[in-house]
Structures are given as C-alpha cells and as structure tokens.
Design a protein around this ligand. Structure first.
Ligand code: SAM
Ligand code: DTB
Ligand code: SF4
Length: 330
C-alpha cells in the first residue's frame, strides 16, 4: 500500500483481523518481497552502560532506578573492534553499538564512537548505532564515518509514550529520526510490547511507523524484558498471539522493511518465535547478550534456525562465494 494514503483505520482493520487470516496474508506479503529462508542477524554491544539521566520506565540503564546494572564508561575502540570481529565469526552481518546517553554530545567521546563505526565497517559488517538524540551535524558525521543504520525507537503510540518517558517528548524522537534521514543514514525504528499499553496504543505505533516516508528500513519489535528495579518490573508478559499479531501487521504495512523479532526472545518460547518468522519476521539479534540482559545462546539459536529451514544472511553470502568458486579454475 502507498503509505501516503494509509489511514489509522486501515492499520486498525489489519490489526483486528482473525489471527490466522492475518498470518496468512503477512506470510504472502513476506514471500513477495523477501527470501523467506533468510534471516538478517545483528549483534548488539553496549559501549557505554548505565547511569543514563532519562527516566524511560522500561530501561535498566536509567540512573533513576536501582537495577543492579553496573555503569561502565565508553569502551575503547580496539575492544569494540575485537567484539565486532567475534560477532562476525559467529555469523552476524550487522554490528550495533548502543550508548546509554540522552543525546550524543560533540567532543572526544563522540569522536571515539565515529572511530568505532569506521572499524566495524572495515571488518565488512554493516554498522548500526543507538546513541540517543542527534542533531543534523552529528547524523552527518556518523554517515561520513560509515554508519549504515541509526536505531531510535518510538517505543509506543504518542499518547502512551508520555506515560513511560517524561524527560523527552515523542516529537524529540521524530526530530532525531528526521535528522538521521536527512543525513542519508538508514532508519531502524520500532517499539516495545508489554509495557501496559492497549491495542489502540499498538495501532498508533504501527501507524506512526508505517506512515513515515520512506518507511524505516529496519523495524525492531521488542517485548519488554521486565527488569527488577524498573517501574515496569511487575508487568504481565505479553501473550504469544499479541506478539505474532504485531509482527504480522508490521510485515503487511511495511512490506520491504526488515522486521526484527528483537528483545524478549529468551522469554518467548520456540513456537511463538516460529510463528513470528512465518508471519514475516526476518531479523534477530544473535549473541548471548542484548545490551544488559541475556539473549539466547548462539549455538542454540543456530540449531533452532536450522530446524525451521532458515539461515543467516551472512551464511548466505558465504555460500554465494563458495558457489561462485575461484575466479580462475585449474
Ligand atoms: N539511549 C538511547 C535511546 O534510548 O535512544 C539508546 C539505547 S536504548 C537502551 C535503545 C532501545 O532499547 C530503547 O529505545 C528501547 O526501545 C529498548 N529497550 C530498552 N530497555 C528495554 C527493555 N527492558 N525491554 C525491551 N526493550 C528495551
Ligand atoms: C532495539 O530495538 N532493541 C535493542 C536495540 N534496539 C538497541 C535493545 C534491547 C535492550 C533490551 C534490554 C537490555 O538488554 O538492556
Ligand atoms: Fe537512557 Fe536509552 Fe535507557 Fe532511556 S532507553 S534510560 S535514553 S539508555
């Protein structure tokens, strides 16, 4: 669908369909636009952890909550490069660095992040960063350093957002996304399920994402990792059908985007994940850690993907090289 003519009612109509009908439609859309066996595998590293001044109610890295996350200053460029090389060896095709900052600030720390990106690119990996708010100049410097994607989530619908974060506004988020776009960096933008939001709030989020022009290239759908000490620690887990419904609707509304089954896979179970892949999820975080919380063991993940007949895109690229063979044959 042309996203200029998309209305919130269209989004609500897809979201409200019978689950299996919705999954069937999403799977069909997925197959028209993507290789259904390929999964994009990103690896995540927290390069500056904890002590964040923001009050995001879901986040274990906010300085306002006692979550036991140990704060750590900005990592060295060489340590990040070593981690990226390890991730590549493990099958990742994209390396994403995250910093618990309210916003990027010009100076030595930002310069170091630029160097990290250049090193990640030099390893042949796609690069992604999530550093909080950016101005236009910072977005441009990130692109010049080789940044492929910037992750900046809208988290939920506008109305619900105001009840989980008070230290910045929805419009602040949209402004950073505009700076990223204008600088020519691809957008990774999604949200979180399970914070206590209603179906209407999820529809608002999907509408906000799908009406962007162009749509985000990467759409992470996280389910809340409820961390002790955060205001959301006692939230009920999201039901499996709600996760599948969200993924399927995202796939239909954003047919060419990568839809990532993002945080929360540890808590999810294999059958739910399998249904999400059927419904159009085609990206995951690979590696036993997200930023501060655990993610499935890579070996178990690889075996799981294989059982489903799926394979990582990096593995694809390696196969293509082998299939092409040496340039000159004996
Ligand atoms: N500080 C930057 C920012 O907020 O833009 C970047 C890092 S922040 C941790 C990146 C994203 O992680 C958040 O926007 C949120 O969507 C997601 N996130 C954080 N804590 C989470 C949790 N407990 N469960 C699920 N997703 C979470
Ligand atoms: C995204 O949407 N999810 C990732 C990444 N973008 C930066 C972060 C998930 C964080 C989960 C909680 C943690 O590990 O601290
Ligand atoms: Fe800080 Fe980002 Fe966590 Fe919010 S989500 S507290 S901005 S690290």
């Amino acid at each position: 669908m042309d996203n200029d003519s998309l209305t919130r009612d269209h989004v609500a109509a897809f979201y409200g369909r019978g689950l299996l009908d919705l999954v069937y439609e999403a799977a069909s859309v997925h197959r028209r636009h993507h290789d259904p066996a390929a999964v994009q595998c990103a690896s995540l590293l927290s390069v500056k952890t904890g002590g964040c001044p923001e009050d995001c109610a879901y986040c274990p890295q906010s300085a306002r909550y006692d979550t036991g996350v140990e704060s750590a200053g900005l990592m060295s460029v060489s340590a990040v490069a070593t981690a990226a090389a390890r991730a590549r060896a493990g099958g990742a095709d994209r390396f994403c660095i995250g910093a618990a900052w309210r916003q990027a600030t010009d100076g030595p720390a930002f310069d170091r992040v630029l160097e990290m990106i250049t090193r990640i690119k030099a390893l042949g990996l796609e690069s992604c960063a999530t550093l909080g708010m950016l101005d236009r100049g910072q977005a441009e410097r990130l692109r010049e350093a080789g940044l492929d994607y910037y992750n900046h989530n809208l988290d939920s619908g506008r109305e619900f957002y105001a009840s989980i974060v008070t230290t910045r506004s929805y419009d602040d988020r949209l402004e950073t996304l505009r700076h990223v776009r204008e600088a020519g960096v691809k957008v990774c933008c999604g949200g979180i399920l399970g914070m206590g939001e209603s179906h209407d709030d999820r529809i608002d989020l999907l509408f906000e994402l799908a009406r962007q022009h162009p749509q985000p290239e990467s759409v992470p759908i996280n389910t809340l990792v409820a961390v002790e000490g955060t205001p959301l620690e006692h939230r009920d887990p999201v039901s499996w059908d709600d996760v599948v419904r969200m993924i399927a609707t995202a796939r239909i509304l954003m047919p060419v985007s990568k839809v990532r089954l993002s945080a929360g896979r540890m808590q999810m179970g294999e059958v739910t994940q399998a249904l999400c892949f059927l419904a159009g999820a085609n990206s995951i975080f690979l590696g036993d850690r997200l930023l501060t919380t655990p993610n499935p063991e890579p070996d178990a993940d690889s075996a799981f993907l294989e059982r489903l007949g799926l394979r990582g895109e990096a593995a694809d690229a390696a196969c293509e090289q082998v299939a092409a063979g040496p340039a000159v044959r004996p």
